[in-house]
Design a protein around this ligand. Sequence first.
Ligand SMILES: [Zn+2]
Length: 475
Amino acid sequence: MTSFETVVGLEIHAELATRTKIFCSCTTAFGGDPNTHCCPVCTGMPGVLPVLNQRVVEYAVRAGSAMNCEIAHFSKLDRKNYFYPDLPKAYQISQYDLPLCKGGWVEISSGKRIGITRIHIEEDAGKLIHDNVARRTYVDLNRCGVPLIEIVSEPDMRSADEVHEFIEKVRTILLYAGVSDCRMEEGSIRADVNVSVRPFGQSAFGTRTEMKNINSMRAIFRAVEGEAKRQSELISAGGRVTQQTRRWDDNRGASKAMRGKEEANDYRYFPEPDIVPIRLDDARIDEIRAQLPELPDARKIRYAQLGIAPADAQIITASRTLADYFEEAARLSGNAKEAAKWIVGEMMRQLKERSLEPEAIPFPASYLAQVITLCETGRVTTANAKNLFSLLFESGEEPAALVEKHGLAALDDDDALDAAVEEAVSRNPKSVEDFLAGKEKSFGFLMGQCMRSLKGKADPAVLREKLTQRLEALK
Ligand SMILES: [Zn+2]
């Protein structure tokens, strides 16, 4: 049987996080009672005049710059004509032949660059709500006119894993650039997935199918795998793939044909006559570019120079909040490696346990820096520092105050340590005997006994030293 290579290109729609809509001053806030976030402009009443929100242009240019695109000095808006009940104007204002951004790329972890064909701006449509019991359909136009960018990739991805990684990377970049909140569950990022297959070694692309509007990472992953499998089996059985739009049904784990694929000329694009073209000179483009923060890839390179392992840098930079938090803790403690260790270890564990996003870390980076310093100076043992970390999540109080309140300070009392060693030795003659007979394991047991009677408050290095000396004396 021939084995096939999967070829995937994506169109990612991301809602821009502007306060108001793209052509009117209605709010873009998620939710609200149906049809309360709209006006004559976004509901497409005849005779109204749309006015382009400059912030939309700014955000799209930021996104394009972050994805290495060329920014157009001259760009325009076009009408894309189609009828759908949630699109009252019967056309969508989008961009056709002169998009705002072109020819960029995004690098994934293998070092491979996924090409970005274009990024353009457009308006979102409303939402249909089907009531299957009453057999009615309602329309909510709150999302009508919410600004979107459509990011069109080249057909450069070759597996569901690459698709997954590319979307995650685009999401991270948009979050860093501060242009979209990228909440998949609120539909603020979703993708049209184009899939084709071809025998390995063949350079021409196979016929592709498109699955529209998939809005979870899991569903996108499954859709790519499912559709590639369907096409491969079809061709192997002597059939031919037809170019069409299919609907991915994630519950059934299969796609179903919806309609023949539209060509661009089916939409009868023509220039939007009510909006003047967008002109940007180099000075303005540079000004917008300057608003971009340092992006994850650049940070990873810098973190490597601080001695942070690539896998750890990957975890930290996956969220701008976490990366900023790390940098502040590293700066305040003067110990980047320890800051990274705490964030990748305890911090991630606590966040996961409590189902929290990094944005919800309940204490400032200066507290993490204090924990690091408390450990370094031996004021708190590593074991107790972990307890301290849980307490920080629960109370949000200052580390020093928590150490005091919960008696977490390391014992620097020699007498108490000596007494604990003495007690462990006298109460466990068998273990002592075993150790003296060469059983190294018994040492660990005796250490544990000492630590337990000291309630974990001893500096392990000091305790180890004392126990070793005591046992040596018995030899
Ligand atoms: Zn409006």
